[in-house]
Design a protein around this ligand. Structure first.
Ligand code: GDP
Ligand code: MG
Length: 737
């Protein structure tokens, strides 16, 4: 065991650093100057138990930037000389301001002890600290001291020796000098290493940090001296000394680009934004662990916070805002949805015009039913989704979302989730794909995986047409709203239950303490909000353009081939001939022809690959009250939820149908009970998320295992629950007539 410990005392001016230094070392002091500057360097030594300690009183600083000689000396001493322990002396009666330095030391990854000095003053001012919580938040032991009375000195020395002797003493705790490729290959890993508290600078800045950090590691700019993430943050803060130190043109170029990008999107210089997030981290930590018997909060942000994070008002305000978001999303989304529908209709008309009327061509059918129908069905929800993302971006950029996460934390904690899990889940109501990507803000791997796995239970926009078709078909007008609400609530409750289950089984483990980050409130910039909205919306569109396109074609093929057997086709043809040659009135003719056409389409689908699979699955589906027709449509729904409605239309021989089709509703009403209708919605809500979601889960968790677990788990859950509901409903006689 090491017996010699080097301790650096850091702290704000007037925090009582020198007083503490004197109390620690007594007369054994040595005063000199730091080389080249007129800053005093004080050293002393002492013995504590078996340890010989050398203590250096660093110049008092508020920060670790490179603006003054004092700051540079303090910083370079810590980085170059690697003291075994850094003791940060804080004025506990002025904690929030003093913690700014502590946060930077924490980010530096040094073995840290916090001396809450002036604790007599703090007490006199009515502060009460939850030291255990604070200690977890900052990843450091905390000792309360009263320097001028020599109180807490022994405890401080004990904390120093304990810190110096754990995990290898001199080794910096941060491990952020691993290979660069894990960022590219495993975006997940970057935030999974929850070994040390770190500050989340918000997606926009984090993305730039990631870029710079990758290059730093690639060009070996940190030369084993600096922590790569720390260096990246400092460069973005435009730290003069470090900017001059970095010789790599690649890194410098990226830094310039990133700074410009952040300024453009956030409307603030990164330096300001980064400092703001640090203060946000601090005020969040304090709000949770410092109680004051005397009112001292006063800034505008504080005033807003005292209302929106209020114990009583917080939740109602939050719920009200959420209601507003969803209400606006759906009402404002209505007109553009109509335009998009019209657009695709027009496009379909043009394509149809390429062929002479009544001609049957495979290519035409593929273009119309496969591509335009499939992709159009997805794109139609773009307005809803963009509006939802717009609202979320505004709430995020204004700083409210961080508070909402805190308000929700208590609730989320009950099911073993983190307050921050709540934002991805909210995005999940739009589309699971950006939602799963939004789980990146969660530091803890288990929290993140749990959130990822249950996000698809948040009923996404693509499931809406299914509800929109079925609810009016089976339930009276007054029930429409409550039914939809019920489905959403079932999803949320199941997500909570599944999360609880996962967190107490496969993903068991301590949950990390949640530091509420309270960035200052600010007006979101139009540009920033639009960019955020677009980034997430683009993912949805990309899904429509690539995977959905491919799946639509595949589905079209599955539902078209092998086609009707020759004799059956001949029968339909003969029936057609008979009518055309007949003597009935024109109107009746068209109607009868249409009926034949629809019957033929149904027969073709029935004998197609999808229809055959549906038939084969029927025994499995029966316990849920489903027949082969629903089964066939569900095959489509697996590819993408929104395909279900169109498939139901074809298979019930009403030809082309959308969620507003009355004829299809009539058919459904005739063939199925309301109980079955409800079970369809239930199954679609819970069952396997669409293929794109699985692919994203695989990428973000960096594991096929978890992706398949999500697929299998949710499908099984859907099956079990739907069977239970159907059987119970039948037994109790609910909704069967
Ligand atoms: P430095 O600038 O951080 O080195 O601060 P000093 O050690 O010079 O202390 C500034 C003033 O605070 C001195 O007058 C000290 O006597 C006083 N002081 C230091 N520690 C405490 C403490 O724990 N409680 C109180 N009430 N005063 C303290
Ligand atoms: Mg001093």
């Amino acid at each position: 065991m090491k017996s010699r410990i080097i301790v650096a005392l850091a702290g704000n001016p007037n925090s009582g650093k020198t007083t503490l230094f004197n109390a620690l070392t007594g007369a054994r002091q040595h005063v000199g100057n730091y080389p080249g500057v007129t800053v005093e360097r004080k050293e002393g030594s002492l013995r504590h138990g078996n340890f010989y300690m050398q203590i250096i009183d660093l110049p008092g600083t508020y920060s670790l930037t490179a603006y003054s000689d004092e700051e540079k000396i303090a910083r370079n001493f810590i980085i170059d000389e690697k003291p075994d322990v850094v003791v940060d002396v804080l004025d506990a009666s002025n904690l929030e301001r003093n913690l700014y330095l502590a946060v930077q030391l924490m980010e530096l990854g040094v073995p840290l002890v916090l001396a809450f000095n002036m604790s007599d003053m703090a007490r006199a001012r009515g502060y009460e600290f939850d030291l255990e919580k604070l200690s977890q938040f900052f990843g450091a032991r905390i000792v309360q001291t009263v320097g001028n009375k020599g109180q807490g000195i022994k405890e401080l020395l004990d904390a120093v020796t304990a810190t110096a002797t754990e995990d290898g003493g001199k080794v910096f705790r941060s491990t952020d000098n691993a290979s660069a490729d894990y960022i590219e290959d495993q975006p997940a890993a970057d935030v999974f290493q929850g070994h040390m508290p770190s500050i989340n600078y918000g997606s926009e800045i984090e993305e730039e940090i990631r870029k710079v950090r990758t290059l730093i590691i690639k060009d070996d700019v940190a030369v084993g001296k600096y922590d790569a993430r720390w260096l990246a943050v400092k460069l973005l803060e435009n730290d003069k000394e470090l900017r001059a130190f970095v010789g790599s043109p690649a890194v410098n170029g990226q830094v310039e680009q990133s700074i410009a990008h952040i300024e453009k999107v956030i409307g603030e210089h990164p330096e300001t934004a980064i400092a703001g997030r640090r203060y946000g981290f601090i005020s969040g930590a304090c709000q949770e662990s410092v109680r004051s018997t005397i009112e001292i909060r006063h800034t505008t942000s504080d005033k807003i916070d005292s209302v929106v994070t209020n114990r009583v008002l917080g939740l109602p305000i939050f719920l009200g805002l959420m209601y507003l978001v969803f209400h606006l999303t759906f009402t404002l989304g209505e007109p553009p949805m109509g335009w998009i529908e019209a657009c695709f209709g027009w496009l379909g008309g043009i394509v149809e015009g390429w062929w002479p009327e009544g001609s049957e061509s495979l290519l035409k059918s593929m273009l119309l039913d496969g591509i335009i129908g499939g992709v159009g069905g997805v794109v139609v929800f773009l307005p809803n989704i963009l509006l939802l993302f717009l609202a979320i971006a505004i709430l995020e950029d204004s700083g409210y979302m961080a508070r909402a996460a805190f308000i929700m934390d208590r609730l989320m904690h009950k099911v073993g989730l983190h307050g921050k899990s709540f934002i991805p889940m909210l995005i999940g109501f739009g589309c699971s794909v950006p939602a799963i990507m939004a789980t990146r803000t969660l530091e803890n791997r288990r929290d993140r995986l749990t959130t990822m796995l249950v996000v698809p239970l948040m009923s996404c926009g693509a499931r809406l047409p299914i509800y929109a078709l079925i609810i009016p078909a089976f339930f009276p007008q007054v029930w429409h709203g409550p039914m939809l609400w019920l489905i959403y609530v079932i999803g949320i409750l199941l997500a909570a239950a599944s999360a609880k289950f996962l967190r107490s089984t496969v993903l068991k483990g301590e949950s990390v303490p949640f530091v509420m980050e309270l960035p200052p409130y600010r007006m979101p910039t139009v540009k920033g909000v639009l960019i955020h909205m677009w980034e997430r919306g683009w993912l949805y569109l990309k899904k429509a353009g690539t995977v959905i396109l491919a799946i639509s074609i595949l589905l079209w093929a599955m539902t078209t081939f092998p086609g009707l057997p020759g004799d059956r086709a001949a029968q339909f043809e003969a029936a057609r001939q008979e009518i055309t040659g007949g003597t009935m009135p024109e109107a009746e003719k068209t109607e009868r022809l249409k009926a034949i056409e629809n019957n033929e389409a149904e027969a073709a689908l029935q004998s197609s690959l999808a229809g055959r699979i549906g038939h084969a699955m029927e025994p499995l589906l029966q316990p849920m009250g489903f027949d082969w027709k629903i089964g066939t449509a569900l095959i489509g729904a697996f590819a993408a939820k929104e395909v279900f409605v169109a498939q139901m239309g074809i298979i019930h021989s009403v030809g082309e149908a959308d969620e507003k089709s009355e004829t299809l509703r009539e058919k459904l009403k005739k063939n199925y009970s309301p109980l079955v209708g409800f079970c369809i919605m239930l199954f679609c809500l819970i069952s396997a998320p669409c293929m794109v979601t699985i692919a994203v889960t695989r990428r973000e968790s960096n594991s096929w295992g978890w992706a398949l677990f999500q697929l299998g788990g949710l499908t099984l859950l859907a099956y079990v629950i739907t069977v239970m509901v159907y059987q119970a409903g039948r037994f109790l006689g609910i909704g069967i007539a």
